[in-house]
Structure formats: structure tokens, C-alpha cells
Ligand binder design. Sequence first.
Ligand SMILES: Cc1cc2nc3c(=O)[nH]c(=O)nc-3n(C[C@H](O)[C@H](O)[C@H](O)COP(=O)(O)OP(=O)(O)OC[C@H]3O[C@@H](n4cnc5c(N)ncnc54)[C@H](O)[C@@H]3O)c2cc1C
Length: 491
Amino acid sequence: MMYDSLIIGAGLSGLTSALLLARSGRRVLVLEQHAQPAPVARGFFRDGLYFDSGFHYAGGLGPKGAFRPLFRHLGLEQKLELYPFAAQGFDRLRIAATGETCSMPVGFENIKAKLGDQFPAVRGQINQYIDEIADNWSRFPYLDLDSDLTGFSLESVQGCSLSDRLQAFADYPLLQSQLSMHSLLYGFLPEAASATLNSLVAGSYYHSVHGIVGGGRALVEALLELLAEAGVQLRCGAEVATLLATSAGVTGLTLLSGEEIFAQEVIATQNPTLLPGMLPKGLLRPVYQKRLEQLRQTPSAYIVYAKSRQSLEFLRGSNLFVQPKAGIFSYAATQSLDERPFYLTAAGPKSDGGIMGLVGIVPAGYAEVSAWASAEKRRSAGYRTHKQKVGARLLKRFADSCPELAELELLELATPLTLHDYSLAPQGAIYGVGHFLGQYNPYPLTRIPGLFLSGQAIAAPGFLGAVAAGYLTSGSILGHESLRGEIRACR
Ligand SMILES: Cc1cc2nc3c(=O)[nH]c(=O)nc-3n(C[C@H](O)[C@H](O)[C@H](O)COP(=O)(O)OP(=O)(O)OC[C@H]3O[C@@H](n4cnc5c(N)ncnc54)[C@H](O)[C@@H]3O)c2cc1C
């Protein structure tokens, strides 16, 4: 069968693109290397508990949030139930050295009031800083439906760094901590992130914060239902090896099995550094190929999935960031596990409603586990021992920093190798290619007719970023104005 559109990758951006293209009348096939669709976001069950893997909460979905019209336009609003995170503290910060804990409330005005009361000497500067974020967070293609998209430039990689912007608060390290902790949500240091990228990611959460009942699994199932209704076909365990293309355009692709599938357009949502290796040599202009290959990846992580004998109610609708000492968030691959910041979130409630599961995310480098990498994905006893050691050490670290976590039992530990297996991202990059300050961002359009890029590397990380990428790419194919017109009708 000849398809109109082939989509490489059934992540959140691939599923979004597939839905939009199929609704325009195209015959769409999505190809996913993993055995299950949306392997990053779909979560899993262990020991009777549901654990989210790549989706815990979303920003900007409140009634007037800029993400809401996209959520409605996709059809997700009708299929999913959202629940608000704690208004007085959707994210909290604890400084391990001193035990100080602060809460970030929901809403720009509430944040200004809270931080202003905490740091009255710089209330005016805080107000100005939060106003900047409130003005800027939704100035992003497809969140701002009126922006000029001709040759759009994603400003997230321009301007001053978050670190530089926070120098205004150099005398208030605890304030700097609170204003930089969300760098963990895009995966790299405030000195390498633009203040604009931080506005988009942190600002969406400052605006409004929601979880989805049923977590990432419910999100993925809802998307799959919508895809089925739109007639999209999906094949898992189907790794794309090469693209069939000449300078005249794309004609299809080849799977690892050798099977060839033909179509007039291909949307590549995988990590873009992998694209050049899938194309015939010499097809990409050398400068473009080099740019793609040199895109920097975000660091990876260890992710602890644990159950607790005591209730973890303190994590209901409220995540906890832990930083060793106050100041702008930082992390280096050379740091010991005990010196790194980490991020804790609740696993899905048990059927009786109590929270007994924990997900803990700790930055890590690929080099920490690369010795155990193998093409067959078979791991040795040495790797299992390493995982046990790291898991035990992190549980102790969590308990030392948070007395509420004294009775944890490790169920699973994901490592950079796990993250690589689930997304094929080089070095198990937690959010794929990062939007580092000054780095070229790939666009949806390429010079090869019929070949388009999508995915978090195109727009931004996260559910919001992946969906925005799906719209940007689909709009590049279908026409931005008609697509934006449809979304305007959903406001
Ligand atoms: C631990 C963790 C926690 C997170 N928490 C949150 C959160 O709370 N809120 C939030 O908004 N975001 C969160 N995110 C980020 C969010 O999950 C991602 O930004 C988003 O899922 C990226 O979607 P994507 O489609 O761009 O990429 P991916 O999900 O990586 O999709 C790309 C797909 O392509 C497939 N693929 C790659 N190569 C090939 C090939 N050759 N052939 C076929 N298939 C291929 C991969 O297997 C993958 O499924 C989290 C991420 C992680 C890892």
C-alpha cells in the first residue's frame, strides 16, 4: 500500500503530527522502533502501582492557558480528565544543607506576592522578572496564534542566559534557587539556557499546573483512540533504518528488516542527530549535515521507581526539588551522586487513593553506564550490580534529605541505557537535543522535498513542546493559516 505520510516515531510529537495529517485526509502510517507506542510517555505498572515515566504534569492547560486550545483542538479535552496541582505549592524546593523548604504557588500574581513577602528588599525586581515571564511564556509559534510564522525563528536559543538574568538576585541565593529549579525540566544548566526558554517552560507552569487522571498512560491511550478514529495506522517494533530519497525528494523508507515502504512525505521525529546516518551520503548539504550531527544532547538521568511503606501524601499535587545548597541550580557529570540536585514526584495513587509510590529523577551522564552498553541490549551481571548499588545509594540520599522517605523499597532503576533503549536518543539524553543558548535549532522544513522534521528538538521539550512541534510540522505541510484558524475556533 502506498501511503501519503510516513511518520518515524510514535512519541507525543509523532502521534500529534499523525493525527493532524490524517484529519486532513492523508493516509498515514506511524513507525515505532519500540514494542509499544509512545515508550517514553506511557508509564508502567509494578507491584500494583502505576508509575509515570515521561509525563508527570503539564503547564499552560488552565482555562485561559495558551496550551488549552491545542489540547481541545486535538480532541484530548473530551477524552481526558485533568486535575489541578496544589495552588499553594505545585512545586516545592528543599535545600538539603539547611532543610529550608519553599513552595511555588500557581499563578503569576501569587508567585509575585509569595516571593515578594519572602524577599521584600527586591520585591520590585521580582515583580518585573515575573511580569517578563508572564508576557513571554506563550510567545511561541502555535501558542501565540497571531505571531508571524514566515521564516519563524525560535527565540528560545537567543538572548541572555538564565544565569545572567538571575545575577540581579545574587544576594539572595534561595531566591535564585527557586527561580532556576525548573531548569531540571529542560535538562541543562541555567548558564547554558536562555531566559526565554526558561520563560516558556517554567512560565507555562507558573500560569497553571495540571496532572492527567491516569497519567501518561491515559494520555497515550487517548491519543491512540483519536488516531484510530482518524484512520492512522501504527506499527511497533518497526525500526526505520534508511530513507529512500534523492535530491528530487523522498519516496519512502526501509525498515531494519529490509522491508521498503513508500510514501510521498516522511516526518522524522527521532533525535535529529540520527537523521544524516539514515540518508544516502552526500544528499544533505555538508554544512546542514554538520549542524545536525553537532547538536548537543541534554544530559541523561537515573530514575528511581520505589514504593513506600508509609504514605507519601506530601507529594500529592506537589513535586519536590532538592538542591544540595542554595544558589543557581547546577550539576556536573563529575559530581558524586550525593552532590547532585534531584526531583521527586508521586507515582499514581493506589486504588484506595493513598500515594505509596515515588519517582525520583537524578541527573546522570552516559559515561557512568556506557561500559555496559551493547547493541543487543543484553545487560551483564555487572550492570545489574551497578544498578543495585546506585539504587540503594539514591534511596539513602532521598531518606537523608526527606525524613518522609525513610521507608522506600526500590522496584526499578532506569539508567541512561534505559533512556537510550526507549527513545534511541544518543547517550540516553533525557530530553533529546537541548535548546542550548546560541545553538542552531532544526526547522520542520528540509531542502529535500517531502522530508520534514518534528519532535522536541524542533520546538521545546515536554508535552507542550512535543505537541507544538507536531503543529509546527503539520502546519508546514498543510498551511499554517488554515491550521491556526482551526485552533482559533477552539479558544
Ligand atoms: C523522565 C522524564 C520525565 C518527564 N516528565 C515530563 C513531565 O512531567 N511533563 C512534560 O510535559 N514532559 C515531561 N517529559 C518530557 C516529555 O516526555 C518529552 O519531551 C516528550 O515525550 C518528547 O516527545 P517526542 O515525540 O519529541 O520524542 P520521543 O518521545 O523521544 O519520540 C521519538 C520516538 O521515535 C522513536 N524512534 C527513534 N528512532 C526511531 C527509528 N529509527 N525508527 C522508528 N522509531 C524511532 C523512539 O522510540 C521514540 O518513541 C519527561 C521526560 C522524561 C524522560
